[in-house]
Design a protein around this ligand. Structure first.
Ligand SMILES: [Zn+2]
Length: 277
């Protein structure tokens, strides 16, 4: 699932390709993708003829803000991809659910095999906090200050990995980056927040910023499934710098001991027993 670095990479791609362009037509064929609209034609009605002013991101959500303040909200979830096609004659990939035609002849296409992703538009004047699912979103992982994160972690009796992945506490971190952050912070995934010293919780904040900034510089992580690609269809490169995630049995990036995998809540967690306590 795309996390902050992948979504930020998509945001930057959209910024360079879409800002200043006008949306001239919309085809929303994926009913599940546009499920927030009672009538799928509402998406086209809200955005057609409007100019793209800027692209924002909060956690894993993208906001295409139009000139009249209408917003297109996109969440990629498990397998969503936003691709820019330079030529509208380019064949559509399977599982293309929404196509935006732009005034320069390019198309923005939302592709999503598993259909958990969402695309919807909200009218001008709608605050992000009024949108279901966004109201409870915590601060973005690259915005939250150290003191707030330290306090939020240290008052909860839950494993620190679960806390980092809780979008109400901090938005943007998921299964991949929580493993990498905790490895750099030298903490096991199941250490409870309430048991962390202020110094240890501070290391989580420091490592989180460090890992996410590096991952953005490397345009995110594309794992073996190749589901994450940028707007030009290119995979990221940060996976080659992972120290533990998806590296079970391979040497830890810091000490060389084989990385271990634990199963928690249906997900795989990767960690080094020597480096993380
Ligand atoms: Zn190690």
């Amino acid at each position: 699932m795309p996390e902050l670095p992948e979504v930020e990479t998509v945001r930057r791609g959209l910024e360079s390709r879409l800002v200043g362009r006008t949306i001239v037509a919309v085809a929303a064929t994926g009913r599940r993708t546009v499920r927030r609209h009672d009538d799928p034609d509402d998406l086209a009605r809200l955005v057609t003829g409007r100019n793209v002013a800027r692209i924002d991101r909060h956690g894993k959500y993208l906001f295409l803000v139009l000139a009249d303040a209408t917003m297109i909200v996109v969440h990629l979830r498990m397998s969503g991809q936003l691709l820019v096609a330079g030529d509208r004659a380019e064949p559509l990939r399977p599982h293309t659910h929404v196509v935006f035609d732009l005034d320069d002849g390019h198309q923005l296409r939302f592709v999503d095999p598993r259909t958990f992703g969402e695309v919807f538009a909200v009218a001008p004047g709608t605050a992000r906090g009024d949108i279901a699912g966004l109201a409870l979103l915590g601060p973005d992982a690259l915005e939250i200050d150290r003191r707030s994160l330290v306090a939020a972690l240290r008052r909860r009796r839950v494993g620190v990995k679960t806390l980092l992945m809780d979008q109400r506490i901090v938005a943007g971190v998921g299964n991949i980056y929580s493993d990498e952050i905790l490895h750099r912070a030298r903490l096991r995934f199941d250490r409870r927040g309430v048991d962390l010293s202020a110094a240890a919780a501070g290391r989580v904040h420091h490592s989180m910023v460090e890992v996410l900034v590096e991952a953005v510089e490397h345009r995110g992580s594309s794992l073996a499934d190749e589901q994450y690609v940028d707007v030009d269809g290119r995979p990221g490169t940060f996976q080659s710098l992972h120290r533990v995630h998806a590296r079970a049995g391979q040497p830890c990036g810091a000490c060389g001991r084989p990385v271990e995998r634990a199963r928690t809540g249906g997900r795989s967690t990767y960690f080094c027993r020597r480096c993380q306590r």
